[in-house]
Write a protein that binds this ligand. Structure first.
Ligand code: NAD
Length: 486
């Protein structure tokens, strides 16, 4: 890690590393050890204004740069990210806590977004019809939107920003990113590598901070489009505030994902997938499995196997060999999770495995072991609310119909999975579940960069989702030309 990441972080504005105009800083600890990695500035309206102005100035040239030339920079960026794969993954583990293997997977997901964005020449193509009437032609042309603001969460410091800025920039926009103040280090490295790939000054800017930066982006007249990913209440607030200021906004929000296990499921692979989806990244994934619905007589064996898998899981520092479950992001989050475990007990759920008791609380890290509740019901807070930690709830029902009805009661609709060998069950599941991203016999059905990331209900605010064709629509606007040549 270079020295910059150890100290006070700077903002990246107009291709320069600049001090934020603030006296307020947050500490950024390594969640596995408590060691302070850096101080992140809580930047101000002035910093956002500087970045927005730099981005607006850069937009004039960048939006007119030939699309294949823009794409070529993305190709070079992709290669640099590949070359720095391990370094980026280590930075993710150090600031976020997830295991190194998972961090490497996250880097891959980020790289895939850059690869998709490098297809900009094809993605930006319009449509024409030469004869809409005698001697009259009509054509649709695609243009960038302007300066885009991006606001991202702590749980995927690389993948989520990469859902946004590579595509927006490849399509001719310029960008102001506000990374999570909890995991701000990786964003700076992403900017350094983009600069190395040849990106002109001012096209990509970073303003570090929290709520004040978000509000400044939401209200800034020079930022017409905003991509947000984070928790449900903030997503709703960002969507409502941004749109009331006349901006286009896509806001991806929280989740409570259910996995339904049918009696005909292959149990061993199902358990492997569920455990990985529930406890990978310490449950801090918007596609994490939070609830297992055991259908019919599968329940007892399933619970037994889930317990075995949880017991054999190695908890610790994500950089250590064989560790699967790292720390949660902050001490407060550990306390909040412990409170949820307490609430679950008070609500009458059966606490089969208590992660508070795991003997892994070493080195000042924020560890909480794999936790399992059985006999959870839909009136309980531990079923309704997103805990975002390694806590798995098991609900028992008699039929697939009941399982789907129960899943549909959730306010969220991000992901849902079905474990079965029956095509008929899969069809019933697909047709009746009110969730945007479905998995069959796998635990984390996150779509790849060329498909939209399409949560439903309170998991999403807006109409065009991130990535894929939705991302292209969101970061572009169209012109229609109708012409008579007689
Ligand atoms: P968060 O909502 O606390 O923070 C997200 C961003 O919003 C950060 O940049 C933060 O600085 C800013 N922010 C926080 N509070 C704010 C406020 N009051 N006003 C203005 N801005 C504010 O989310 P988090 O804890 O960083 O991330 C975890 C959440 O993100 C979970 O709910 C998870 O499900 C969700 N998430 C969703 C997706 C998805 O695709 N739907 C993907 C990743 C994460």
């Amino acid at each position: 890690m270079d020295t910059m990441t150890k100290n006070r972080l700077k903002n990246y504005i107009n291709g320069e590393w600049v001090e934020a105009k603030t006296t307020k800083f947050d500490e950024v600890p390594n969640p596995a050890t408590g060691e302070i990695l850096a101080q992140v500035p809580l930047s101000t309206l002035d910093d956002v204004d500087d970045a927005a102005k730099a981005a607006a100035a850069a937009y004039k040239l960048w939006s007119k740069t030939a699309v294949p030339r823009r794409a070529r920079i993305l190709f070079k960026y992709q290669q640099l990210l590949v070359d720095h794969w391990d370094e980026l993954a280590e930075l993710i583990t150090v600031e976020n806590g997830k295991s190194f293997a998972e961090a490497k997977g996250e880097v891959q997901r980020g790289i895939e977004c850059v690869e998709f964005a490098a297809g900009a020449p094809t993605l930006m193509m319009g449509k024409q019809l030469p004869d809409i009437a005698t001697d009259i032609e009509s054509g649709m042309y695609r243009y960038p939107v302007g300066v885009v603001g991006g606001i991202t969460p702590f749980n995927f410091p690389m993948m989520v920003p990469c859902w946004m800025f590579p595509l927006a920039i490849a399509l001719g926009n310029t960008f102001v990113l506000k990374p999570s103040e909890k995991t701000p280090l990786l964003a700076n490295r992403l900017a350094e590598l983009f600069e190395e790939a040849g990106l002109p000054k001012g096209v990509f800017n970073i303003v570090h901070g929290g709520r004040e930066v978000v509000n400044s982006i939401l209200e800034h007249p020079g930022i017409p489009a905003i991509s947000f990913v984070g928790s449900q209440p903030v997503a709703e607030y960002v969507y409502k505030t941004g749109t009331s200021h006349g901006k286009r906004v896509q806001a991806l929000a929280g989740a409570k994902n259910h996995s339904i296990v049918m009696p005909d499921a292959q149990l061993d692979p199902a358990v492997k997938e569920i455990v990985s989806a529930a406890y990978g990244s310490a449950g801090e994934r918007c596609m994490a499995c939070a609830v297992v619905i055991a259908v019919g007589d599968v329940a007892d064996t399933l619970v037994e196997k889930l317990m075995e898998a949880a017991d054999s899981m190695k908890v610790g520092n994500g950089m250590d060999e064989g560790v699967f479950l790292g720390p949660v992001i902050r001490d407060e989050h550990k306390t909040k999770t412990a409170n949820y475990i307490e609430i679950g007990q008070q609500e009458g759920a059966s606490l089969l495995r208590d992660g508070r008791e795991d003997a892994c609380m070493q080195d000042g890290g924020y560890f909480i072991g794999p936790t399992i509740f059985d006999n959870v019901t839909t009136d309980m807070r531990i079923w309704k609310e997103e805990i975002f930690a390694p806590v798995l709830s098991i609900v028992r029902v008699a039929t697939l119909e009941e399982a789907i009805e129960l899943t549909n009661k959730s306010d969220f609709g991000n992901g849902a999975c079905l474990f079965t060998e029956s095509g008929r069950s899969v069809r019933y599941f697909r047709e009746n579940i009110e969730v945007g991203m479905l998995g069959v016999n796998l635990g984390v059905p996150a779509p790849m960069a060329f498909f939209p990331f399409s949560g439903w209900k309170n998991s999403f605010y807006g109409d065009l989702h991130a990535n894929g064709s939705d991302g292209v629509e969101f970061y572009t606007r169209r012109k229609m030309l109708t012409a008579r040549w007689s």
